[in-house]
Design a protein around this ligand. Structure first.
Ligand SMILES: [Zn+2]
Length: 308
């Protein structure tokens, strides 16, 4: 079966200020690196507001929509901005994740990579944060639970930053297991092991600065894989950030492309044992353009091999 690549040109219309790391060029480097691969390309639809309401209150959605500038930029916090194209871009991100869930659960594809921006894993219930507007991975999880009737969905976030938004959105959701590995100390400062969710459904794996592939793999083997195996998910959603790469300018971990191949392969193997290999991966961070392209391509190659 095939691997999906879900994206949309609208995601190039979310503009940030000059020098901002979360920039249009990210997709302009990543997508060409995926050309020629055995992928089924899917146009990300716009999410409906009802989709966003799976995790965000209407008042928050209204605030983002009404905050859109007619021209130029509007600033939501120290590093989160809206441009005139941001609303459509954000809807494509959530809508793309939902379409990927529909197609993977519908048996139309083995797995999927949703290459959209802005990212989503820092957006909390009522707070945009860290370049993120809507919690795409959490929306996809709730969509699978509430609308497809799944009983258990695991979300694994290997972005170098703590997935505080996804944690917030899924904190009270016993049908999910949320796992985040992240550098600590590092922005946003949350993600301590003591943060375990209302139903013991959150696992945080802080990693010290300079952690490399061997320690990263050991942490996943000791703490993450057994927990996912025990949870036995019916769908695995990934928050795939590539900013734990050694070249990334925003953090200090030392992963290489081969580590992203490894984590993808191992997580796909767990999915194969529990849920027919059903994996939906959503792009989060990754700010060195070359490393984003190469590690993103390594991730997608591993998805293709797992799905083939
Ligand atoms: Zn990040």
């Amino acid at each position: 079966m095939t691997t999906l690549l879900v994206t949309h040109d609208d995601c190039l219309s979310h503009v940030t200020p000059p020098g901002h790391p979360e920039r249009v060029a990210r997709l302009e480097h990543l997508l060409p690196a995926l050309e020629g691969k055995a992928l089924t390309r899917v146009t990300a639809p716009e999410a409906q507001e009802a989709d966003l309401r799976l995790v965000h209150p209407q008042g928050y959605i209204d605030r983002i929509r009404e905050g859109l500038p007619q021209e130029g930029l509007a600033q939501l916090d120290a590093d989160t901005f809206l441009s005139p194209g941001s609303w459509r871009a954000a809807l494509r991100g959530a809508g793309g994740a939902i379409r990927a869930v529909d197609m993977v659960l519908g048996g139309e594809a083995a797995n999927a990579f949703v290459a959209t921006r802005p990212p989503g894993h820092h957006a909390e219930t009522e707070t945009p944060m860290g370049f993120c507007l809507f919690g795409n991975a959490a929306i996809a999880a709730k969509h699978a639970l509430d609308r497809h009737g799944l009983a258990r969905v695991a979300v694994v976030d290997f972005d170098v930053h703590h997935g505080n938004g996804t944690q917030d959105l899924l904190w009270n959701e016993p049908r999910t297991l949320f796992v985040s590995s992240h550098q600590m100390p590092l922005w946003p400062g949350t993600g301590r092991p003591e943060e375990r969710g209302a139903h013991d459904n959150v696992i945080n794996i802080p990693l010290a600065p300079e952690t490399g592939g061997a320690e990263f793999r050991a942490a996943y083997e000791a703490k993450v894989f057994p927990a996912i195996e025990a949870f036995a998910p019916e769908l695995l959603i990934l928050s795939a950030g590539f900013d734990a790469h050694k070249s990334d300018p925003l953090a200090n971990l030392a992963l290489e492309d081969a580590d992203f191949t490894w984590i993808t392969r191992e997580l796909c193997a767990i999915a194969a044992r529990h849920c027919g290999g059903r994996v939906v991966s959503c792009l989060e961070g990754g700010y060195d353009l070359g490393a984003l392209a190469s590690s993103g391509a390594a991730h997608v190659d591993a998805l293709i091999r797992a799905g083939g």
